[in-house]
Design a protein around this ligand. Structure first.
Ligand code: FCB
Length: 441
């Protein structure tokens, strides 16, 4: 497919379009006095990251940010969802501030405003300062307070010009993927570590939200990822396992943040491993929010595995067409979640804060598969809106090909191709298709 089948004019007047990136994935952490992060440590350990690649140079957005903001403005995107790196602002996580780091985010935000782009800030998109990782990282309850302090320092500088802010990108990845599955930094496979992280993330979210309210910032939300959990077969056991998998992935964090409660089926497994007194934190975790962001990519097939330890399940990939990540393309899941989250967020505005696909793109080959993926997901989003979902915006992952974590630089998610040798940016067919669709006539 070569064209976008959606036009800005097909959406309500207040509907916004955006594009997303994150700090460690594009900035280049060797530059500008940023501190070491646990992703540098994870990548330096054999077997964790494809070709041991890391974010040292990445897309060198640190030096090329003006060109990158021009690309966003030239495509008529309304919102730029970006993140700040804790280790760039506070190289040791606490204590001495890196003035160059704060100056960088200050320039970046002014650059967005000068181009008419709304800055949508994420405070933490995974690059924990190594010094704090040494102190136990997300296993350590004190991290929530240190995160609140970092939030205060950063937002005192740029908070006055931020359009929206969310504390933590994809709590499930920070907690479960990184401490139970072990696929992301710090690479732990430990249920006690996972339970603690899953709780302290919520606490950090709550504390940071309080800090931002205290500074007078508005339009504060949360960005969670959702994966469509389908039973591998129709058996009761597989259905129950899919339900539990969905509990850990899709219900735990929104339960804490919007209801002040964790789902009871998940607590059956995690309660013995939770930090003492966790119940007393639930009121802090449940802060009034102004919006909820959903990151959505794919579905997963879940089977019961009684021989395995809790949660007694195994994960499988089904037969739908797949992206370069091996992820099935299933837009039904997006429509499902746009209704599902309404149970938690009531009638708050919803944003799709990430959606997109990896494709083995070369600069000369049009990425038709990506255009088709975006079209299909916007079809699903519009169908959900027609049935009452309060969706107010759609943000594509990602502006640039970038560092795709444990999978290195090979998985290309960008609307813009990046040559990682020359750092040349070349807009792909999808960029031009989106640009045409969003142009204000
Ligand atoms: C999300 C992450 C983002 C990127 C995309 C593909 O889980 O938020 O950084 O890796 O997946």
């Amino acid at each position: 497919m070569t064209e976008f089948t959606h036009r800005r004019a097909d959406f309500p007047d207040d509907f916004l379009f955006g594009v997303a990136t994150s700090a460690y994935q594009i900035e280049g952490h060797d530059f500008g006095g940023a501190g070491r992060t646990h992703w540098d440590d994870f990548a330096a350990t054999p077997g964790n990251v494809v070709r041991a690649e890391h974010g040292g140079r990445a897309c060198d957005h640190y030096h090329m940010w003006e060109q990158d903001l021009d690309l966003i403005a030239d495509a008529s995107f309304d919102i730029y969802r970006f993140s700040a790196s804790w280790a760039r602002v506070l190289p040791e996580g606490r204590g001495a501030v890196n003035a160059e780091g704060l100056d960088f985010y200050d320039r970046l935000v002014d650059g967005m405003l000068a181009r008419g782009i709304k800055p949508a800030l994420t405070l933490y998109h995974w690059e924990l300062p190594s010094v704090l990782a040494d102190l136990g990282g997300w296993r350590n309850r004190d991290l929530a307070g240190w995160f609140a302090d970092y939030t205060d320092i950063l937002c005192r500088r740029i908070g006055d010009r931020i359009w929206s802010a969310a504390p933590i990108n994809e709590p499930w990845c920070v907690g479960w993927l990184s401490h139970f599955i072990g696929a992301h930094a710090p690479g732990l496979r430990d249920i006690r570590a996972a339970a603690r992280a899953m709780h302290h993330i919520g606490l950090a979210h709550g504390r940071a939200t309080q800090v931002m309210r205290g500074l007078g910032m508005g339009n504060l939300g949360a960005v969670c990822n959702f994966e469509y959990a389908l039973p591998l077969t129709d058996s009761d056991a597989d259905r129950a396992s899919a339900q539990l998998y969905g509990g850990i992935y899709n219900r735990w964090f929104v339960g804490g943040m919007f209801k002040g409660e964790y789902p009871s089926d998940v607590l059956e497994g995690l309660a013995p491993h939770m930090p003492k007194g966790w119940q007393d934190d639930m009121a802090t975790i449940r802060q009034p929010l102004d919006w909820l962001g959903l990151n959505y990519y794919t579905c997963k097939r879940i089977a019961a595995d009684p021989a395995a330890a809790w949660p007694h399940l195994s994960e499988h990939v089904g037969d739908l067409p797949k992206t370069q990540m091996g992820w099935e393309i299933n837009p039904d899941g997006l429509a499902h979640f746009l209704h599902f989250v309404g149970e938690y967020s009531e009638n708050l505005p919803l944003y799709v804060t990430e959606n997109g696909m990896a494709n083995p793109d070369s600069p000369d080959q049009p990425d038709h598969a990506r255009i088709a993926y975006l079209n299909a997901h916007l079809d699903a989003a519009r169908a959900a809106m027609a049935k009452g979902a309060n969706l107010k915006g759609y943000i594509i992952w990602s502006l640039l090909d970038n560092y795709e974590w444990a999978l290195g630089y090979e998985k290309r998610f960008g609307l813009v191709h990046v040559d990682f040798e020359s750092l040349q940016r070349r807009p792909k067919a999808s960029y031009h298709a989106v640009q045409q669709a969003l142009a204000r006539t």
